[in-house]
Structures are given as structure tokens and as C-alpha cells.
Write a new protein. Structure first.
Length: 166
């Protein structure tokens, strides 16, 4: 929607970008497996989340090229951190509480995404009165970047690489 309505990118080009993101997503999944086994789950989750935050900002900085690059890198980063995050959760908690923890993580993700979209919209309405290609630059910076320091909580979790499950 942003690409087509704000940046006025041809819908056919947006379709090509979305289709092309399947390749970056697959590469992200493969890289995630390698990185999780080599550097650990926490590091992979942290790097992927930072990449996703920066790619999201890049996509909203304005212009067709930045949108395309940000979208493709964002899909890669999501595919990079998601499997490692899932493994970290499953390997951190004992079997008897894994389903409960997994459910609460889904709830937290939905609430976080809902609040993030709401906050992004509020900031956009306050600072982006025009519909220029850079109108959403500030809302993206204000929404995405301040959350990155919360990744420091990852270092409080135990590393689960090469550990056997209970």
C-alpha cells in the first residue's frame, strides 16, 4: 500500500518485489540455520532483529529504490531471526510449560504488533501532514529504533546451542 499509494510505484513492480522476496526469505532461513549453529540462537536473534529494524526504517525513508531494498532485506531479516527465536524459546523452557510459553509469546507478539501499528499511525498523523515520499521517515525512526535496546534482554537468556532438550 505504501509503495503503491505514497511512492506511486507500479503495482506490477510491487508484485515483482513481493515475489522476489521469496528468494531473500529462503536465503534468510538457510543463513539462520548456519548462524544459529555457528554463533548461537541469541546472537542470531539479535542480529536479525537489528537488521529488521534497520530495514524497516530504510523502506520508509522514501523512494522506490530504498523501499525495494528495505522490503527485501526486511524479509531476509525476518526469515533470519524467526527460526532462531522459535528454537530459543523451545530449548529454554522445560517440556511441561513449552506450549503455555509459546502461547504467551504469540499473545505478546500480537499485542506488540498492534501497539506498534497504532503508535506508528499516531506519530505519522502528528508529523507527516503531507504525502511526500519521505513523509513516513520520522514515524519509522521513532517507532522502530527505540525498541532495539530491548534486545539486551536476550543476553539474560541462556544460550541453547548444542544443548540437549529435556
Amino acid at each position: 500500500m505504501y509503495g503503491e499509494r505514497i511512492l506511486h510505484i507500479d503495482p506490477k513492480f510491487v508484485a515483482v518485489v513481493v515475489t522476489g522476496s521469496s528468494v531473500t526469505g529462503l536465503v534468510g532461513l538457510i543463513a539462520s540455520r548456519w548462524s544459529s549453529d555457528t554463533y548461537g540462537r541469541r546472537t542470531t536473534v539479535g542480529v536479525g532483529a537489528i537488521g529488521l529494524g534497520l530495514a524497516s526504517c530504510l523502506a520508509y525513508f522514501g523512494g522506490r529504490h530504498l523501499f525495494t531494498l528495505g522490503y527485501l532485506v526486511g524479509v531476509f531479516a525476518t526469515a533470519f531471526w524467526a527460526p532462531a527465536a522459535s528454537a530459543l524459546v523451545n530449548e529454554t523452557f522445560p517440556r511441561r510449560v513449552r506450549a503455555t510459553v509459546g502461547g504467551w509469546i504469540v499473545v505478546a507478539g500480537v499485542l506488540g504488533a498492534t501497539f506498534g501499528l497504532f503508535f506508528f499511525g499516531v506519530v505519522a498523523n502528528l508529523v507527516a501532514s503531507d504525502h511526500s515520499t519521505s513523509a513516513l521517515r520520522m514515524p519509522s525512526l521513532v517507532t522502530f529504533l527505540p525498541l532495539l535496546p530491548t534486545l539486551l534482554v536476550l543476553w539474560r537468556l541462556p544460550e541453547t546451542r548444542h544443548k540437549s532438550l529435556d
